[in-house]
Design a protein around this ligand. Structure first.
Ligand code: GRE
Ligand code: ZN
Length: 324
């Protein structure tokens, strides 16, 4: 398929580059340059495989793991300026998501406004919880101090992409089993819980026009939706949480999913069945995944051509109001 749009596609800047090394130290000679490059190798990959546009975002965990708040604010600004320069060079091929210093909700609002209103960014991409003040602090965005941030993003009407990071180090669940960290399991487990915390907190009752995006075909949530709201059906115990409705209600109303790093047709079909084909969008997860592999899979996946057009392009044009 020509004209695809891909929207979980990462770029590193010098201060954040080393964050990605742990995920590809054995191929760092290739991975490092792929993360820095935007206008050369990346564009050739896009041209060869029918990707018209990539929405660029910073690598992970980057800003979210910078516990010194002033540094987090400065690195986010620096990254967004670099992304803006790349977009300005080729606005028909690149758009961008803002990196945000969530360590300081007011600063995050200021940077979000700058990115959307001045730089023309189409949303924000945040790498999970923030470490604030000390490396062992873990702060999730369902907490009350983030409500003004959510009000601001709702007011701007741009989507918020909740991207994975690893769980806080020292979690005994993973001790001695490093292979479970990263994309194999822990990214999804961590991110799914964060998304569910947002839902249960009542955030979406307070801000009914929020739009969230999850990668990796929903971080495992779509296959669990029935069970999350099941609660031993005959025992009839409702969720005791601030939100008014079941999890599925909010998930299907407020979330959009991408195929990043999950090139598996049964999982795609399941995501479209649970969410509707209007809420699933193609993505690669470059450079951690391969543009060729993702595109070859998607172009041939056993879905209808009408669905392929929506997932590959049209849903993203609508959601991000892309002018292409
Ligand atoms: C990602 O950004 O999604 C990612 C990483 C590191 C390894 C794999 C991966 O940041 O998908
Ligand atoms: Zn990613």
């Amino acid at each position: 398929m020509q004209g695809k749009i891909a929207l979980e596609e990462h770029v590193a800047i010098e201060p954040t580059l080393s964050d990605s090394k742990v995920f590809g130290a054995h191929v760092w000679g290739d991975l490092g340059p792929r993360l820095i490059d935007v206008q050369d190798m990346r564009l050739r990959e896009m041209d060869s495989h029918g990707i018209e546009m990539m929405i660029l975002s910073l690598n992970a965990p980057a800003v979210q793991s910078i516990h010194d708040v002033k540094t987090a604010i400065a690195v986010a600004r620096q990254a967004n300026d670099v992304l803006a320069e790349h977009v300005a060079k080729r606005p028909a091929r690149f758009a961008a998501f803002a990196a945000l210093p969530m360590q300081d909700p007011d600063a995050a609002i200021t940077e979000l406004n700058r990115c959307v209103k001045e730089l023309g960014f189409v949303g924000a991409l945040v790498n999970g919880f923030s470490n604030i003040g000390t490396p062992d602090n873990v702060t999730y965005y369902d907490l009350p101090q983030y409500r003004p941030f959510w009000r601001a993003i709702e007011g701007l009407d741009v989507p918020f992409y909740l991207h994975p990071r690893n769980p806080q180090p020292g979690n005994p669940q993973f001790q001695g089993h490093n292979w479970l960290l990263g994309p194999n399991w822990a990214f999804s487990a961590e991110t799914a819980v964060h998304a569910l915390r947002l839902i249960g907190s009542g955030l979406f009752d307070e801000h009914p026009n929020l739009k969230l995006v999850l990668g990796h075909l929903g971080e495992g949530i779509p296959v669990q939706l029935w069970r999350i709201d099941g609660r031993n059906g005959w025992m009839k115990e409702p969720h005791r949480y601030p939100a008014k409705h079941g999890v599925g209600h909010y998930f299907r109303k407020h979330f959009h999913l991408t195929t990043s790093g999950n090139f598996h047709t049964p999982s795609l079909v399941n995501a479209m069945t649970e969410m509707g084909a209007d809420r699933v969008m193609f993505s690669v997860d470059w450079p951690f995944e391969d543009v060729g592999q993702g595109c070859d899979w998607f172009d041939k996946a056993a879905i209808s051509e009408a669905e392929r057009a929506k997932v590959g392009r049209d849903n993203a044009v609508k959601l991000f109001k892309l002018k292409i």
